[in-house]
Design a protein around this ligand. Structure first.
Ligand SMILES: Cc1cc2nc3c(=O)[nH]c(=O)nc-3n(C[C@H](O)[C@H](O)[C@H](O)COP(=O)(O)OP(=O)(O)OC[C@H]3O[C@@H](n4cnc5c(N)ncnc54)[C@H](O)[C@@H]3O)c2cc1C
Length: 475
């Protein structure tokens, strides 16, 4: 059921043709140098971080202001030209593919940090600001921006909001939706709306901020974001525990949570990941272990140390073969790097890595990892799993060589079964990476036809001409 790789087509009769006259109008709106139509430029915007998916837009437009975005969208709606908003293109769900041609609207020029307001614990940014740049700006005021996707040095805040990105601190701090206070959004018809704002409490009307967060660029183009910031914790502490099996590690995870600790970090790597990461980063990991559990907490010195000690004890009491606490920031960073470099480490094992995002209720973690292993074995694919143990969010990653007969099909068949297994365990097809084009075939299995139909009605209310990121999120 996994969506097959796609190529652009402009033959869909729902859409108009982007001709020279429209290109001329776009050039007039943003300046000729910000409308890209050369083959090489279009090629660069034909892909995102999702392997095997590719679709060429007709042009790429780089606006600098909300007014320009509004004018572009009005023009596109009038001529029924698809528009695909794009941040850094780091998504893993084929969410920025121009499957029907049209305009890729790259927001990378809108990258001003407009304000950091320590007295209000918030910041106001344009959508093209990177997640890391926002965090650094907050750090300068003794604050931090909590959502921390592994891609934070490249991913944009606009892309994070549109995908409702998660990250390594999700269990304790939540995900992007928990930090979006207000949005300025341009609707496909060109109207500019403001949802929410600077208030921490505001229940006037439907919560459109939440609806737009995670809308994958299908309802509106986000042109300004007001986010909540947090005071920077005085310290953070990290430890690592090795287990013979992932089942043992999962038991320890359950015991840690049951003990009343809500860790800032609770991440796992399976045996294959441990080996790949150790080959890649030479961290001296225990390669004989069946699972590695990274645990950590932050806060005041005493609180963080106490909670780290409790987690270490719980791991030891739950069959950990070894537990080590980082002595200083350098050691802690090295441990966290072991988790952060999992994807590049696995990427060295073959030409293509397909990373997925199935999520299950926490008590089902071990069962799900075992199920993934047996599914992969049955299909003869090389699969390693790492992820956020604290919130049941698994990243099974298949490494393959697409030139080998049947390799791509085997990977798709594996993931189809993985999603089915996640759903049967009460989980979901995506915990944080989104649906995009890659997983739309699975959306009705997760939501049901009635809810999917409601999603489509909401889409029509925002986007009557159906031009904004068509085909994504079931639209
Ligand atoms: C190495 C690596 C690690 C990653 N780690 C994580 C992780 O830990 N957690 C996680 O959740 N994700 C992770 N991701 C996935 C990805 O980085 C996130 O989905 C991120 O939020 C995408 O941001 P972006 O700026 O690249 O958006 P893009 O990929 O450009 O776009 C993503 C979606 O947002 C829409 N969009 C972008 N900007 C706007 C806008 N201004 N208005 C409206 N719609 C918009 C697009 O149309 C598209 O649907 C990782 C990816 C990589 C490659």
């Amino acid at each position: 059921m996994t969506a097959a790789p796609v190529a652009a087509t402009t033959s869909d009769t729902r859409f108009g043709t982007l001709d020279d006259r429209i290109v001329g109008e776009l050039q007039w709106l943003v300046g000729p140098e910000y409308v890209l139509t050369a083959e090489g430029d279009l090629e660069a915007y034909s892909r995102d971080a999702t392997p095997l998916f590719r679709a060429r837009p007709d042009c790429v437009v780089l606006p600098e202001t909300t007014e320009q975005v509004a004018a572009i969208l009005s023009l596109a709606t009038a001529h029924r030209i698809p528009v695909i908003p794009r941040g850094a293109g780091s998504n893993l769900a084929a969410a920025t593919l121009a499957e029907h041609g049209g305009i890729v609207l790259a927001l990378s020029r809108m990258r001003r940090i407009r304000e950091v307001a320590p007295d209000e614990l918030l910041a106001v940014v344009e959508p093209g600001v990177t997640t890391a740049a926002l965090d650094s700006a907050a750090n300068a005021h003794g604050l931090f921006y909590a959502p921390d996707p592994g891609s934070k040095t490249v991913s944009t805040v606009g892309g994070n909001v549109a995908m409702c990105a998660g990250g390594l601190r999700g269990l304790k701090y939540g995900v992007t939706r928990n930090y979006v206070l207000g949005l300025e959004v341009v609707l496909p018809t060109g109207e500019v709306i403001r949802t929410g704002g600077r208030l921490w409490k505001d229940v006037a009307g439907y919560d459109l901020t939440r609806l737009l967060t995670g809308s994958e660029g299908t309802l509106g183009v986000i042109t300004e974001i007001t986010v909540a910031l947090m005071p920077m914790p005085a310290t953070s502490r990290t430890g690592v525990a090795y287990f013979d099996t992932l089942a043992d590690a999962s038991t320890a995870v359950a015991a840690i949570i049951a003990d009343g600790v809500v860790p800032a970090t609770l991440e796992f790597l399976d045996q294959r990941c441990i080996a790949a990461v150790d080959d890649f980063a030479q961290l001296g990991l225990d390669r004989k272990a069946g699972a590695l559990l990274l645990f950590g907490d932050d806060g005041g010195e005493q609180t963080a140390a106490a909670s780290l000690g409790r987690m270490a004890e719980t791991c030891a009491a739950n069959r950990a073969r070894e537990v080590t606490l980082a002595r200083d920031v350098a050691e802690a960073d090295a441990l966290l790097y072991a988790r952060r470099c999992s994807l590049p480490a696995l990427a060295r094992l073959g030409p293509i890595t397909m990373l997925e995002d199935a999520t299950v209720p926490r008590p089902r973690l071990a069962q799900m990892v075992d199920t993934i292993s047996s599914i992969a074995e049955r299909h003869g694919v090389l699969c390693a799993t790492f992820g956020h143990a604290g919130d049941g969010n698994l990243h099974p990653t298949v490494v393959l060589d697409p030139s080998v007969d049947g390799a791509v099909e085997a990977a798709h068949a594996t993931f189809d079964e993985v999603f089915a297994a996640a759903l049967s365990l009460g989980g979901t097809i995506t915990g944080e990476h989104g649906v995009g084009a890659a997983k739309r075939a699975w959306l009705s299995a997760r939501l049901g036809e009635d809810q999917l139909a409601l999603l489509r009605r909401i889409k029509t209310a925002f986007d009557p001409a159906g031009i904004l990121n068509p085909g994504k999120l079931g639209s």
